[in-house]
Design a protein around this ligand. Sequence first.
Ligand code: ADP
Ligand code: MG
Length: 608
Amino acid sequence: MPPRIHQLPPLVVNQIAAGEVIERPASVVKELLENAVDAGATRIDVDVEQGGAELVRVVDNGCGIAPEDLHLAFASHATSKLRSADDLFNIATLGFRGEAIASIGGVAQVTLQSRPPELPCGASMTCNGGDFSPVRPWNGAPGTRIEVRHLFFNTPVRRKFLRAAGTEMGHVTEAVTRLALAHARLGDRPGLHLTLRHNSKLVYEVPATASLHDRIGAFYGPEMQGQLYEIALDLGSASLVGFIADPACERGHARMQYLFVNGRWIRDRSLGHAVQEAYRGLLMTGRYAVTFLFLRIPPDHVDVNVHPTKAEVRFRNAQALHHLVFTAVRQRLRAQNLIPRLQAPPSTVQPSAEIGARSTRPLPEPPAAPWPPREERDVPPWAAPEPPAAPSSLLERAFEAPPPALPPPPPLRAMAHVEAVKAIQLYDSYLVVETDAGMLVIDQHALHERILFEQLQRRVRSGTLETQRLLIPEPVELSSEQAARTLEHREALAELGLGVEDFGGGTLLLTRYPTLLGKRSPQAILRAVVDHLMAQDRLPTREVLFNDLLSLMACHSAVRANERLSPEEMASLIAQRDLADDAHHCPHGRPTALLFSRHDLEKQFRRV
Ligand code: ADP
Ligand code: MG
C-alpha cells in the first residue's frame, strides 16, 4: 500500500512556516516591529534578554487589536491587511501574509496584550508552543505589548542553531537599525521614536525628531555622518532619496548598502550592482560602497510577495531602476570633488588643499539601459515626463541644479610643457613635480597603471590593439580546471590581445600578447588572468571581465614602486598624465597623485 495522505495539524503547519519566517531572535524582532509600524505606532520599545533567546518584548502605542479578534492574531493566514489577491499589488503595509504571530506562537511562549485606544479595556492571551489560554480582560496602556519567551523551546534542534548572545544581539540591532532608518523625521513629519534595551541596558534611543542624517550618525558614528552626500531625485511618481558615503567609508562587505523600496528594507542583486558600478574606479577590488538609499515607486511596479520574509522583491522595470540608481549615484559622485585631501597639520591651515583637478572628461561608462525603457509596455508612469520633454534628458534635468557649486579645478597647465617640468624621484617610487598649482607628488606605479589601462581600453574598443606573436609559443602549465576555465574565455582573451591554445593535459600555449605590455613576462600576466578567472563564482559580464582583465594587465605591466626611472621615463610618464581621462585614480581606485597647493605651502610657512 502506498503511504496515506493526510492534512497536517495547524501546529505542524505553523512550525513549518516558522522554519521559513523565524530563523533567529532577530526575525521575531523584525516581525513584531513591522506589526507595530503597520499599527501606526509612533513609539516602539524593544527589550531583549540574552540576545533574544530568553525574551523579546515589543511595546507599541499603535491602534491595538480588538479584544474579540485577539485569538485570530495567532491563527495562520489571518491578517487585517489584505482581503483579496488583487490587494497584493497595492500593499501599503509591511506585513500581509498573516503568518508571523502564528509562526512565533508555534515555537515560543508568547503573551499578547492589546488595547485599542478608544476602548476602556483591552484583552490578553498566551500561546505556549501552540497551546492557547483563554482571552482575559487587560487594562494596560493603549497599544500592543507582546512578549516572546524561550524561542524554539519546543524545537530543541533549532534552539541549538542559535549563536552566542552577542552574535544574536548583533542581528537584533541590525533589524532595529533598518526600521529606524526607514522611519526618520521628514521635514515637520516626526519619525518613529525607538528604544532598544539588552539585558535591561539601553542600547539605542532614537527620538522622533531624529532625521535620517541624525540616525545614520547615531548608528554609525560621527565620522561616517561627516562623509555623506545627499541624493534627492524626484521624478514625480518615483523618487530616489538618501545618502551615499564617500568612497573612503568603503567596507569589505556589501551589508552597508542599505536599500529601501517603499519603506521596506530589501536586498537586490541588480540594484546592488548598480551602486557598485557607480563607484567603479573609486574603490579597490573587493571593497564595497556604503549607501542609504530610499526608492519610492508605484506599488503596482513591485511584487513583494516573492520571499517569505519579504527581503527580496521583484520589479517590473528592473533595468530602468538599475539605470536610475546607477545614474543618480554616479552623477552625485561626479558632482563631488572626490579627490583625497592632504592632511595639513591642524591649527595652521584648513585641510583645503584639493589634490589635482577633477577630470572634465567622463569616466568610461558601462552600457546602461535606455531611459525610459524603449518598449511602450515597459514605460513606467513615472518615466513619462510632464511637461513633455526629451525623455533622455529626464535624469539630466533632475540634476540640473547640482548640489553646492564646486570650486574651480586647480589648473594643471604646467603639465602641458614637459620640458618645463622639474621632476625629482623620491624613494624610487614617487615623482615630485612643480606645477603652477603647487607641488604634485605622483605615485609612479598608480599613474602608469592608469595610463596603460586607458590605452589598452581605447585600443581594444577601437580594434587597434597591437599584438606580438611569440615565435615559439610559451607553454603555461595549469591545473586542468584552470586550463578549462581559461579556454572558456578564449575569445574574450583574444580580443584583449592574449592568444591561448590548448596543448592538452592542463597546459596552455601562449601564442601572442599585447605589445603595450612591454617588458614584463607575458606568462606571469597570463597566470594572473587565470587566477582572476578562477576567483569568479559566476560568469562576469563581458564589460566587467574586460575592465578587470585590462586593469590586471595594466597593473602587471606598469613600472613598480622601488624602480629607478630614467629622466626620459619620468618625463614621458608626466606628459602622459595629461592625456589620461581619469588621471586621479589607478584602476583599483587608489589616488595617483597628491597636490600640495602653492597657497597652502605659503600659508604653512606663514607667508600669507
Ligand atoms: P500580518 O502582519 O502579515 O498581517 P501577523 O501574523 O504579523 O500577520 O499579524 C496578524 C494580525 O495581528 C495583523 O494583521 C494585525 O491585525 C494584528 N496585529 C499584530 N501585531 C499587532 C500590533 N502590534 N498592533 C496591532 N495589530 C497587530
Ligand atoms: Mg506581521
